[in-house]
Design a protein around this ligand. Structure first.
Ligand code: GSH
Length: 309
């Protein structure tokens, strides 16, 4: 069993990206089911209030955002690689499209037509989070044909990429680009009432989805939120104190800082003491009596780091 603990909830599409990653790597992992709404006291104690799901935990090291979670999974369990054929770098660039424009199109298609039947608190929360302070699901529902035209054109790119008998997006072996498209496909397929007809126009994508689904989710064993806290408390972060002389912001270990997503989503910042700085990530040291000392990692892209004193 690996020491990886995933904090997630089953209907979370972004978490499905990681669950499928466990499948690709055939990993055993511990599954901590979190609330769908942000009532997650044990998790917030460990992350300093980072709002999103999923979060990956390994002892007292906590990884926020799937961009970083995938990188960390591949570093800890290199084979089979998320980057077959040496396809490094580019999948992260592709993820800026799948997690932004493609995800927002899919989210509107999944949520807007069903919004009347979902718990109002959930709809209000996700509308604010993804569509900003002026978001309106009723308007999105009326605009569904336009949104479907956006989603259709984007999925068409992957349909074309999979033409000519290519089994996976990079070729013969599955990799990170497949996870990036799979979670969108899974989200639309499971939530949009007309998904079978809509997705039926993409035969290559449909055949590919069968192959990705067959990779499974690895082998998961449930863990209670309190047990995950206990694991953190019993562990010491393995993240070293490390600076980066080329850091454009002059960030360095020992400085106090806060980290916040760049989107206008109303999320609170996470504050702590900088422990690790690199081109791609920042880690803060946080202290909380419930979990002791933890190192909380964030990607640099998509997040603003603000030194506080
Ligand atoms: N950039 C984040 C996005 C994560 C995200 O938006 N996850 C959704 C769940 S699928 C979420 O956190 N929704 C609000 C919530 O669950 O509280 C990542 O890649 O991890």
């Amino acid at each position: 069993m690996s020491d990886l603990i995933l904090h997630h909830y089953p209907p979370s599409p972004v978490s499905e990206k990681i669950r499928a990653g466990f499948g690709l790597k055939k990993l055993a992992w511990r599954s901590v089911e979190q609330n769908r709404l942000p009532e997650r006291p044990e998790l917030f104690a460990m992350t300093g209030g980072y709002r999103r799901i999923p979060v990956l935990q390994a002892g007292a090291d906590i990884y926020c955002d799937t961009q970083l979670i995938l990188a960390e999974m591949d570093a800890r369990h290199p084979e089979p690689s998320f980057f077959p054929g040496g396809g490094f770098g580019m999948p992260f660039a592709v993820s800026r499209w799948t997690d932004d424009e493609l995800f927002i199109s899919a989210m509107k298609v999944a949520f807007a037509p069903a919004a009347d039947k979902l718990p109002p608190a959930l709809v209000a929360d996700r509308t604010r989070l993804y569509l900003g302070p002026d978001g309106d699901m009723a308007k999105e529902r009326a605009d569904l044909p336009h949104t479907l035209s956006q989603l259709r054109a984007q999925l068409g790119w992957i349909e074309d990429r999979l033409s000519g008998g290519r089994a996976y997006i990079l070729g013969d072996a599955p990799g990170m680009p497949d996870l990036l498209v799979w979670f969108i496909y899974w989200f639309v397929k499971n939530r949009y009432a007309e998904a079978d007809v809509f997705l039926g126009q993409f035969p290559n994508l449909t055949a590919w989805a069968g192959r990705v689904e067959a990779l499974g989710n690895g082998s998961q064993t449930p863990m209670a939120p309190q047990e995950a806290l206990d694991v953190a408390k019993a562990a010491t972060p393995i993240t070293p104190e490390q600076g980066d002389p080329l850091d454009p912001q002059g960030l360095a270990p020992g400085m106090h800082a806060s980290v916040q997503p760049l989107t206008d989503s109303g999320e609170t910042a996470v504050s702590g003491v900088i422990r690790f700085v690199s081109r791609d990530r920042i880690a803060l040291t946080l202290e909380n009596p419930l979990c002791g000392t933890v190192a909380v990692h964030f990607p640099r892209v998509g997040y603003r780091v603000t030194p506080s004193s």
